[in-house]
Design a protein around this ligand. Structure first.
Ligand code: ADP
Ligand code: MG
Length: 629
């Protein structure tokens, strides 16, 4: 198989020198750090031998914070200051957060990303994530006894620019050099060595604590392309706990519970759920605050029955993702199980029945992402075996484009381009003497700027005055390996340059990406017509400007009648432009009418143009003898 080779600048190493790099799974529920030791990927433990770090941070009144298990223990006693699932808030504004009103936090709707007011002050999701990352970094340095060269950090495949940037910012705050952000399903596929497997389509089924993600990947030429992503951001292992909790309540005929008893029983339910993955039955024992004793036995079979509908929900999401990717069950060459909740045997059975295949599940499903990231980090840090120096690539989820005249989008980097990538396109000025150019960067599949998402704007100034169309402005879009975009514009004659790194204020959810794609398919034809109309409008504006500038300098070449005739044609074009914005008329008809007016003006100015040409030739020749010419 042909594999893509990418040399990472500054990454070549002296032989025999191992550079310490780790993979980090910054999860919604749990986070982990893994590395390669003596050629074998392994997850690193804390001093108590625990590998999973709960992604929980509790802020204290003295300004300090507890991180991990200690913080998790206070989730029910101090919910307001104990931040769980901070990953859901990364790169998001308050309005992007589902059911924020049901969460116990005191949210501050800051511009860009939401913040949380705690006893230790206002905290941004980036800071909270940084504290989790710093804990893992410390763990790595303690157990490996050396400084880190860098880390590969995983993110969900559907994370957009803002969410990725927030993750990178958190790493930087934690003092971690990010070698690369890697998508979670791709990391899992790498852990199973699928990148060395045969080319084909793979499904990654990830059921974590609070989220379900399904990704359909296609491996070809060493590149994993994400064909589609789907899932349910409000479905995970927690829902199985909750279902079991309700069942216990019914069985024991409990009276409405206090908050404390609810919390106690929820913990018991979670433990029972986890035990049932390896035991045929288990008993839930608890003594409530009221003194009431709860003792209920449940079999694995019953547990599977009462949670069957939750598994069913994941199957519906798989069907949808397969439809989006346009693949059928027969097309799928392998299935990977990810997430602690896929330890439940009835979940595995359902997936295996769906795909008619035994899924890859022999690596711990809650560690597989971190292990894959560690393998990638090891390669990126330059610890490569002979013949092993390839890297896997991701793709851009939506097209990246630029606004052109008339509010149209010119796509520069099409959707699904493998990253890192760079593309350039040349543009020119619209008006005579134009000295500045506004660059508007947009993301999306539609033809009109108003239907795409605006990412950034900047200006290229100091272009020397030239005739319209004479300047050559080269706009370059560059997406780095983490999916972040840098845009630069350069006027090639004068060398003036301007650039920007795109850090959008907040992001799009996977649903929104899906919606934007859907919109682009369903409105493709209308968009093309609108585009043709806008192009005609731009042409009309251009010819009006050119005519005006000719009249300004050379009106004396025309007699009064000719000037009147020309003025009528100009008014005709102005009127047609005006009418072309009348949305009660059909776009095709508006374009035809405008085209006719523009053609009439073009024809009507032919003679004038010829006289201007004569005049300038005469001027050039004036006072010169024949042999000078
Ligand atoms: P995330 O990706 O959201 O950070 P994880 O992959 O760590 O989450 O999965 C956490 C979920 O896995 C929790 O709901 C936890 O109860 C569940 N889980 C862990 N071990 C088991 C097990 N043995 N059986 C069933 N569920 C388990
Ligand atoms: Mg996970």
């Amino acid at each position: 198989m042909a594999l893509l080779q990418i040399a990472e600048p500054g990454m070549s190493t002296a032989p025999h020198q191992h550079r310490l790099a780790v993979g980090i799974d910054l999860g919604t529920t749990n986070s982990l750090v893994a590395t390669i030791r003596s050629g074998i990927p392994e997850v690193l433990s804390d001093e108590d031998g625990r590998q999973l770090l709960p992604s929980v941070v509790r802020y204290l009144a003295n300004g300090n914070a507890n991180i991990g298990h200690k913080a998790q223990a206070h989730q029910t006693t101090d919910p307001k200051n104990t931040i769980v699932s901070v990953k859901r808030f990364m790169g998001r504004g308050l309005k992007d957060i589902a059911h924020a009103e049901n969460l116990p936090y005191d949210f501050v709707d800051a511009p860009g990303m939401v913040q949380i007011n705690t006893v230790a002050g206002v905290k941004s999701p980036v800071e909270t994530s940084a504290q989790i990352l710093a804990t893992l970094r410390q763990r790595a340095e303690d157990s490996l006894g050396d400084d880190l060269v860098g880390a590969v950090i995983t993110v969900p495949a559907y994370f957009d620019d803002a969410q990725r940037q927030a993750t990178k910012d958190a790493a930087q705050l934690a003092g971690i050099n990010v070698l690369r952000l890697l998508s979670e399903p791709t990391a899992a596929a790498i852990a199973y060595g699928l990148d060395h497997a045969k080319e084909g389509v793979y499904a990654v089924y990830d059921l974590g604590g609070g989220t379900f993600d399904i990704s359909i990947l296609k491996l070809s030429k060493g590149v994993f392309e994400v064909l589609s992503t789907g899932g349910d951001s409000a479905l995970g292992g927690d829902d199985f706990d909750h279902r079991l909790f309700c069942w216990i309540n019914e069985q024991a005929r409990l009276a409405p519970l206090s908050e404390h008893d609810t919390a106690t029983l929820m913990v018991k339910a979670r433990q029972a759920k986890e035990l049932l993955s390896t035991n045929d039955e288990t008993t839930i024992d608890a003594i409530l605050k009221s003194g009431e004793i709860v003792q209920v036995t449940i079999t694995a079979h019953t547990f599977a029955e009462i949670t069957r509908h939750l598994v069913g929900k994941t199957m519906n999401a798989i069907r949808k993702a397969m439809r989006d990717a346009d693949v059928s069950v027969e097309d799928v060459d392998g299935v990977v199980m990810v997430g602690g909740a896929t330890r439940m045997p009835h979940v595995r059975r359902a997936v295996s029945e769906f795909f008619h295949t035994i899924p890859h599940a022999n690596i711990d499903p809650d560690k597989v992402v971190a292990l894959g990231a560690a393998i990638q980090a090891n390669l990126l840090a330059g610890n490569r075996a002979e013949g092993d120096d390839w890297l896997l690539l991701d793709v851009t989820p939506l097209s990246l484009g630029i606004e052109t005249m008339g509010g149209l989008v010119e796509k520069i980097i099409p959707r699904n381009s493998t990253i890192p990538c760079a593309r350039a396109q040349e543009f020119t000025t619209f008006k005579d003497g134009q000295t500045a150019l506004a660059v508007h960067v947009v993301q999306g599949e539609r033809e009109l700027v108003s239907d795409c998402r605006s990412l950034a704007r900047f200006e290229l100034r100091g272009i020397p005055p030239m005739a319209a169309g004479a300047a050559r402005i080269r706009v370059t879009y560059q997406v780095d390996a983490d999916g972040l975009l840098a845009v630069s514009a350069r006027e090639t004659r004068s060398g003036v340059e301007a650039s920007i790194t795109v850090k959008p204020s907040y992001g799009l959810g996977d649903d929104e990406v899906a919606r934007m794609l859907q919109d682009s398919y369903s409105s493709a034809q209308g968009d093309m017509q609108m585009r043709a109309l806008r192009e005609e409008q731009v042409e009309a504006e251009r010819i009006l400007l050119a005519t005006q500038s000719a009249l300004d300098t050379d009106a004396d070449l025309l007699d009064d009648a000719e000037q009147d005739a020309l003025a009528k044609l100009v008014i005709g074009v102005r009127d047609a432009i005006h009418r072309s914005n009348d949305t009660s008329l059909e776009a095709g008809a508006r374009q035809d009418a405008l085209h006719a007016a523009v053609q009439a003006l073009a024809k009507g100015t032919e003679d004038f143009a010829a006289r201007r040409m004569d005049k300038s030739v005469r001027k050039a020749l004036a006072g010169k003898s024949l042999d000078e010419i």
